[in-house]
Design a protein around this ligand. Structure first.
Ligand SMILES: [Zn+2]
Length: 120
């Protein structure tokens, strides 16, 4: 049984760029916690600033995770990083295994299967 050829990933460049931006935002928020908390703890009024930094970071993290969760895969139109209630910020779509940099990479000869595909 032959599978029909997949469309050229370069067609998805704009949507993949949005997904990459959302992923970058998420990792920046996660990575900003430690330096921000170190600065807050060095201040003379450290209890107040540590509380402000922690609450602000939690709010930003919730927003960044929500933003990344709602990214749709341009190929299968499913949520790219979400399968059911599970959020996994992996580099491939959880449904069709489209790589987040598929538009910048050479075409894959052996297309990998999605890890959590519905159709198995
Ligand atoms: Zn997909």
């Amino acid at each position: 049984m032959e599978e029909e050829p997949l469309p050229d990933p370069k067609e998805y460049a704009a949507e993949l760029k949005k997904i990459r931006f959302r992923r970058l935002l998420l990792w920046l928020v996660i990575g900003a916690y430690l330096p921000a908390m170190m600065v807050a703890l060095d201040s003379p009024d450290y209890r107040k600033w540590a509380t402000i930094v922690f609450v602000s970071w939690i709010v930003l993290l919730i927003l960044a995770v929500g933003y990344a969760c709602l990214a749709r895969c341009p190929r299968c139109k499913e949520l790219f990083h979400t399968h059911g209630p599970t959020f996994l910020p992996l580099r491939r779509c959880l449904h069709c295994a489209l790589h987040v940099k598929a538009d910048k990479r050479p075409p894959e000869q052996n297309h990998p299967r999605a890890r959590f595909s519905k159709k198995q």
